[in-house]
Design a protein around this ligand. Structure first.
Ligand SMILES: *Cc1c(COP(=O)(O)O)cnc(C)c1O
Length: 322
């Protein structure tokens, strides 16, 4: 039985969003946002709850270096770098590609650098084979006398999901009559933990295109007894793919920002909000039903997403004196 570390102050706030609720056709008291974007470590986001468990396991086995994988704009990698800094552990991030990708020289990578993480660029290694490259990096580190601890892609494993069993329990304590929790589904650990706490019928995952079979991924993290088809997963917001801006997502980002001053990102939380909009439109979520939108963070990723940056800046309206 491993313990966990404490990387932030809990619980995170749960805020009512009456103006956004009205814009979506819900009642004033129906829509609440769980502010896991405000988690106070390294720019915030859902990965911190998982990292409390992974870093607890790493410290328990005497590790001195955290190793993980992701895309260059990975929020999980950035928060692993921050957790390492907080706990005095070295961090090596394994990313596909090479350091000269100028489009990536922004957003999360800026923070990775500030936190002092080192990056191993896997060049043209297949992004699906990054785990193998990370194992090789761990071998090399051991050869140098370090004690590495490998954290899986997205921090999604049964251990990481425990962070969101706790997150789900926190939501229940704050809003006991919650009927829907809407969450972005990336590597699946966040939804799996929430289902562990809240059951299959209350959690709606919005697939972001990060894994080939999202429902099977979440079911596998939950273990025996959970059927993929028993889970609520929307797959209508992937568009042309994980990293590509999907038009309804930009519209949902503008809505949340202009109605409530809440910033969503183009890869995860914007997709989750577009999924919530679609769920209200098709009657899966109805007025009068208490609904929590889990804000999983991702703000630095917005600044690392060239397409989203260009579209929002070109959409700025100018003021002219009358
Ligand atoms: C990783 C991430 C998610 C998805 O969480 P998973 O547990 O990987 O499904 C959602 N939102 C943001 C901002 C993330 O960084």
């Amino acid at each position: 039985m491993t313990g966990k570390t404490t990387l932030a102050t809990w619980p995170t706030p749960l805020e009512r969003m009456p103006r956004l609720a009205a814009a979506l056709g819900l009642g004033e008291d129906d829509l609440w946002v769980k502010r896991d974007d405000l988690i106070g470590l390294g720019g915030g986001g859902n990965k911190v709850r998982k990292l409390e468990w992974f870093t607890g396991a790493a410290l328990a086995e005497g590790a001195d270096t955290l190793v993980t994988t992701g895309a260059a704009q990975s929020n999980h990698a950035r928060l692993t770098a921050a957790a390492g800094a907080r706990l005095g552990l070295d961090v090596v991030l394994v990313f596909p590609g090479s350091p000269d990708g100028a489009a990536d020289a922004s957003g999360n990578l800026v923070l990775d650098g500030l936190f002092g993480a080192r990056v191993h660029w896997a060049k043209d290694a297949d992004p699906n084979a990054l785990g193998v490259v990370a194992e090789e990096v761990c071998e090399r580190l051991r050869g140098e006398g370090a004690r590495p601890f490998l954290i899986p892609f997205g921090g999604s494993s049964p251990l990481g999901a425990r962070g969101y069993v706790e997150g789900g329990e926190e939501i229940l304590a704050q809003l006991p009559d919650v009927e829907h929790v809407v969450v972005a589904l990336g590597s699946g650990g966040t939804m799996a933990g929430l289902v562990g706490a809240l059951g299959e019928r209350r959690v709606l995952g919005v697939h972001c295109g990060a894994v080939p079979d999202p429902a099977a991924t979440v079911a596998a993290l939950l273990g025996s007894g959970v059927e993929p088809r028993g889970l609520r997963v929307r797959t209508d917001q992937v568009g042309a793919g994980y990293g590509i801006l999907h038009e309804p997502v930009l519209a949902a980002m503008r809505r949340a920002a202009s109605a409530e001053g809440i910033v969503l990102d183009p890869v995860y939380t914007g997709r989750a909000m577009a999924g919530l909009v679609a769920a209200v439109e098709d009657g899966d979520i109805r007025p009068g039903q208490r609904t929590v939108f889990l804000h999983t963070g991702g703000l630095p990723g917005l600044f690392g997403h060239a397409q989203a940056v260009r579209r929002t800046v070109s959409g700025l309206s100018s003021w002219k004196p009358a």
